[in-house]
Design a protein around this ligand. Structure first.
Ligand code: TYD
Ligand code: MG
Length: 450
């Protein structure tokens, strides 16, 4: 007999309480707490008393074998391919292309492996229309349209595929629970049963999850710790570019990105992404920086527009970098270059709106701002790397060597970087002109003189 208990779960952050609150104590959101009745015991999680602890040294070390997702960019984000028995969570806003990428990938994988695509949102006919649009080939690809978790588990067990896809976790439900599909307790319970099933049968499982408006995965933290890899599919409505970004990866490095373009007949991977985010123009207000995303160096343009303000408080807006970072850079310029910026509006945007988290883009932002202010184009065919310290010094950057290599590959002739060890300089002789600087003033004198 299954015992039932009532619990109160915040639909925004997933935190649980034993009584109702109007405001979540964890994430402070209002009216997000919902009472949910859940069954205490899951049918699948039976106690396995055959398992015993073993000495650490007796664990056989297996090399992780992987199979390809059919996309090099997808494999890169996964850390080199799909690991059998692993659970991947693919999140993204509705309409971004999650179903499209997994269906394309399922087709490619099915040429070598047995694949099961479970569609809980679309009918078989709808999937077929998409499939025809994508112009794919398949050999061992099965489609199953179902929303009931027990039936899904039964079908996975019956077929025993190498790779199974659940599209999407919010659309399936465990009929033993009274809460509605998509609620935090349903999402959590369904995911953990599926995860057990995948681990026990060595099936690679990809779970699609929709994100809420503020960018969090529904039932967010609860799912992230369950799965091995969390990947976000990002993009905007204007451009056709899409980014796959790994947020967590037990089998590879995090913050790795893969870049795609959404076309009429599905997604195409972009193998030379630096060309997407740079224009190679030499005009005032534009510089190029090289950031690090996961293990990949990537060239991105930084554009700035500095105008005299008409307001008592100047406007500062950013696209692709954090506004706090801009305020800090402006403060460093005021103090250490001696230019008063309080009378100027300042807008900064990255090429294609690419989100840069690497602090070594600071120098590029600063030079763009000063270049726009002075109306002088920066040093021609150049790139700027370095984090700005609060005392005006240019701090060391991670992976400088790979960044310089990427600049060489792109044909950039001048690169301004923080001071580094001598041996690195010798490696790039004749390939690129490297200017080492130690503070913002030096960088400005070097890059913005007519
Ligand atoms: P979809 O994969 O259904 O998004 P999700 O599963 O994340 O909700 O993608 C739907 C969008 O992609 C839709 O706006 C149409 C567009 N699209 C293309 O541009 N080209 C294509 O070949 C396909 C299949 C979809
Ligand atoms: Mg979909």
């Amino acid at each position: 007999m299954s015992s039932k208990l009532s619990t109160f779960i915040c639909q925004n952050c997933g935190s649980e309480t034993s009584q109702y609150f109007g405001r979540c104590l964890n994430c402070n959101s209002w009216n997000s707490i919902v009472e949910e009745i859940k069954s205490k015991r899951s049918k699948y999680q039976e106690i396995k008393n055959s398992k015993k602890s073993i000495p650490f040294n007796e664990i056989s070390s297996k090399k992780i074998s992987r199979f390809t997702s059919g996309f090099m960019e997808f494999d890169r984000v996964l850390g080199g391919g799909i690991v059998p028995g692993s659970v991947v969570l693919l999140g993204g806003e509705p309409g971004i292309g999650k179903s499209t990428i997994v269906l394309q990938s399922a087709g490619k994988i099915s040429l070598n492996e047995k694949v099961l695509y479970i569609t809980a949102e679309e009918s078989l006919e709808q999937v077929k229309i998409r499939w025809e649009r994508l112009n794919q080939n398949s050999i061992d690809l099965k489609i199953f349209a179902e929303t009931n978790l027990s039936l899904i588990i039964e079908e996975i067990k019956r077929l025993n595929p190498s790779f199974a896809i659940i599209d999407s976790i919010q659309a399936i439900h465990n009929h033993e629970m009274e809460s509605s599909p998509g609620s935090v307790s349903q999402v959590r319970a369904c995911s953990s049963e599926l995860q057990n099933l995948a681990k026990d049968n060595n099936i690679a499982l990809l779970i699609i999850g929709h994100v809420t408006k503020d960018g969090a995965l529904a039932g967010p933290k609860t799912l992230e710790h369950l799965v091995d890899t969390v990947i976000n599919f990002e993009g905007d409505n204007i451009s056709s570019h899409r980014l796959l970004r790994s947020i967590k990866n037990r089998f590879g490095s995090t913050f790795e990105i893969g870049i795609f373009e959404m076309l009429e007949h599905g997604l195409r991977e972009i193998k030379n992404p630096s060309s997407v985010f740079t224009n190679k123009e030499n005009i005032s207000g534009v510089t190029t920086t090289i950031t690090n995303e996961g293990t990949r160096p990537l060239a991105v343009d930084i554009q700035a527009l500095v105008n005299k303000t008409f307001y008592s408080n100047p406007r500062r807006t950013t696209t692709g970098i954090s506004i706090n970072r801009l305020h800090q850079i402006l403060a460093v310029i005021e103090k250490h270059v001696g230019i008063k910026l309080s009378e100027f509006d300042c807008y900064v945007a990255t090429g294609g709106g690419f989100e840069i988290n690497d602090p070594s883009s600071d120098l590029g932002v600063a030079i763009s701002i000063l270049s726009s202010l002075k109306n002088i184009p920066p040093l021609a065919n150049s790139s700027f790397i370095g984090e700005l310290g609060l005392s005006g010094q240019v701090r060391k950057s991670n992976n400088l060597r790979t960044k310089i290599e990427e600049a060489v590959r792109l044909g950039i002739k001048n690169i301004v970087v923080p001071k580094f060890e001598e041996e690195l300089n010798n490696n790039f002789q004749n390939l690129i002109n490297i200017k080492e600087i130690s503070n913002i003033k030096e960088a400005v004198d070097y890059s913005l003189s007519k």
